[in-house]
Ligand binder design. Sequence first.
Ligand code: LHQ
Length: 211
Amino acid sequence: VLVSTADGVMTITLNRPEKLNAFVAAMHGLLREALTRAEEDAAVRAVLLTGAGRGFCAGQDLAERDMNDPNLDLGGGLEANYNPFIRRLRSLPKPVACAVNGVAAGAGANLALAADLVLAARSASFIQAFSRIALVPDCGGTYWLPRLAGLQRAMGMALLAGRVPAEDAERWGLIWKCVDDDKLMDEASALARTLAAGPTHTYGMIKKALY
Ligand code: LHQ
C-alpha cells in the first residue's frame, strides 16, 4: 500500500498490481495505519483511494486462504479487518473519493463503493464475485448495493456475479461518474483537491447525516 499526502489529499494506492491488488493480510495493517493518520492529521482534508496497474482490487487473495479447509474462519477475518476498514471509511469525518482504475471484484468492489464519491475509468468494471465461490457478498455489499442501485440490480449482481461495466455502474447510480481512462487520475485528483479545499467539518457532518 502506497500512501502520500499533497495539497491536503492523502492518496492511498493498493499496490500489488501483478495480482490486481488482491488483499493479503499485510495490507490490512497498512490501511489501518493510513486511515488513523488521515483521521488525526489536520493536514489531511480528503482521501483518494486507487489501485496500481490495470486493476483496482480483485478482493481477497484467494491463494492466501485454503477455501476447502472446513475450519476456515472467513467471518473472523471480516470482523477483524475488512468490516472495520469499511466502517471507518464511511465514518471518517473527511471526504473519501475513489478512482476505480480497472476491475473491482468481490471485497474490492465493495471497498470501492464504500467511498463517498466514486469515479471509474470507462474500461473499469464491478463484479460481485462472491457467489462464484459460494460466498454471500461482504464488506457492506448486502447493505449498500440495494440502496445504491435498487433491489433488482443488487440481486442480479449478487446472484449472477457478472461484470458490470463502469458506464452501467454510473447509469445505475452505483458510482458518481464514469470518465475516459486517460482522464481518470486527473479528474480524480481535481475532485479530491476540490474536496480538500472545502469545509472539512461540514463535509464530515454531511456524511454522517446522509449515511
Ligand atoms: C488473484 C485474484 C484473487 C489471488 C486475480 N486472489 N489472485 C473472501 C474471503 C475472506 C474474507 C473477505 O472477503 C472475501 C470476499 C472476496 O473478496 S471473495 C472474491 C475474491 N475475488 C474473486 O473471486 C475474483 C477473482 N479474480 C477474477 O475473477 C479475475 O482475476 C478478474 C475477473 C478479477 C480479472 O480477470 P483478468 O483481467 O482476466 O485477470 P487474471 O484473472 O488473469 O488475474 C491476473 C492475476 O491476478 C492472475 O495471476 P497470475 O499469476 O496468473 O498472472 C490471477 O490469478 C491474480 N488474481 N484475482 N482474488
